[in-house]
Design a protein around this ligand. Structure first.
Ligand code: SF4
Length: 285
């Protein structure tokens, strides 16, 4: 498998993330990078020229960073690759670079609008739309996992936002060590506290965000919520948002409830939960 990694409007966070991949050595034994800005000695220009002239075949094109709406070179590369992966939320949905610039977008989306640089109907030679490995940055094991699947001839099944279901079919909330505090509506006293759920006051979007951050841990040991920082919802199309560390409320209720929970159900259950919370959970850190 020949991999080509191209950067556009990016902070290089997805590159740094991938270089932290615990299985990176074994990945390098399975695939070869025609070019990667942090791994290659040769220049990008000559490799890209050879690809465009048909001298080099690209099996998977990975784009890191948001793109300009008229980036013809990326468009051409996408047409030549068997599969196209948008690595990170900038390449997937536009993210920060697209916030205040209408000429910037993701490969196949601009936030929730489908289209982006390539258009909503784009399908790569291998028969898939852009595979969005969203996240700010994308988890290294998700990026490596998709590359590995494709290199073994397995096409990932995608959700309605172009993300591989294998990594994005459950909520970030799933597997968080604070679930018991969520159920009994117990809040932490401060950020960084080992106990308490960050949903009620500190803006945690774990119950509103699809990612496997609490199942496939970062560096094999941790996640934002386990460390006491709220989930910012960075894998969703509407990232980033203002007020990442606060829960917007109306009349004492979170403005956005966990996916699938009705307002009535939330009011009934959370009132009871708080009253009957077990004493052991109320202990100080
Ligand atoms: S901290 Fe966030 S992810 Fe963890 S239980 Fe609370 S709401 Fe869910």
């Amino acid at each position: 498998m020949n991999i080509l990694w191209i950067q556009r409007l990016s902070c290089c966070g997805n590159t740094h993330s991938l270089l932290n991949c615990e299985t990176f050595d074994s990945l390098l034994r399975e695939v070869s990078f025609l070019f990667h800005p942090s791994l290659s000695a040769e220049g990008e220009e000559e490799v890209v020229e050879d690809v465009l002239k048909g001298k080099l075949k690209v099996d998977i094109l990975l784009v890191e960073g948001a793109v300009k709406v008229d980036d013809e070179r990326i468009k051409e590369l996408c047409r030549m690759a068997d599969y196209v992966m948008a690595v990170g939320s900038c390449a997937s949905y536009g993210n920060i670079p697209a916030l205040k610039d209408d000429s910037v977008c993701g490969l196949q989306y601009r936030f929730k609008e489908k289209g982006g640089l390539l258009g909503s109907d784009f399908v790569s030679k291998g028969g898939l739309p852009v595979i969005n490995v969203s996240g700010c940055p994308a988890h290294p094991e998700w990026t490596a996992g998709v590359i590995r699947s494709l290199s073994r001839g397995i096409k990932p099944e995608l959700d309605s936002w172009g993300r591989p279901k294998e990594f994005y079919s459950s909520l970030t909330h799933w597997g968080c060590t604070r679930n018991e505090y969520f159920e009994w509506k117990i809040e932490p006293e401060s950020l960084g506290s080992k106990k308490g759920c960050l949903f009620y006051n500190y803006g945690c979007r774990g119950p509103l965000t699809y990612s496997s951050c609490n199942v496939i841990l970062w560096n094999g040991v941790n996640s934002k919520t386990r460390a006491g920082t709220p989930c910012f919802g960075c894998t969703e199309f509407d990232f980033p948002r203002a007020g990442l560390f606060e829960t917007k409320q109306f009349a004492g209720l979170p403005a956005e409830l966990p996916i699938g929970v009705s307002k009535r159900g939330y009011i009934m259950l959370s009132g009871i939960a708080k009253v009957f919370a077990p004493e052991r959970l109320k202990l100080e850190d």
